[in-house]
Design a protein around this ligand. Structure first.
Ligand code: ZN
Length: 63
């Protein structure tokens, strides 16, 4: 599951992994969810930089 802020529409569409510390700063009423990363990417969202770093550490590969 991936998380995004409904308020970040516009030029900076960012989504996060659920464990991302940035997610805690998003108000609960502003949270939206994607089930897959592909769904987010299709809608023009980019994975946040903190998440990217964590994901690379976890999977040890960049795409
Ligand atoms: Zn993030």
């Amino acid at each position: 599951m991936f998380v995004y802020s409904k308020h970040s529409s516009g030029t900076h569409k960012i989504y996060h992994m659920e464990q991302c510390p940035v997610v805690r700063r998003i108000g609960e009423s502003h949270l939206g969810y994607f089930y897959t990363a592909q769904e987010a990417e299709d809608k023009g969202y980019r994975l946040c930089k903190v998440c990217q770093r964590q994901q690379m550490k976890k999977l040890h590969m960049a795409d």
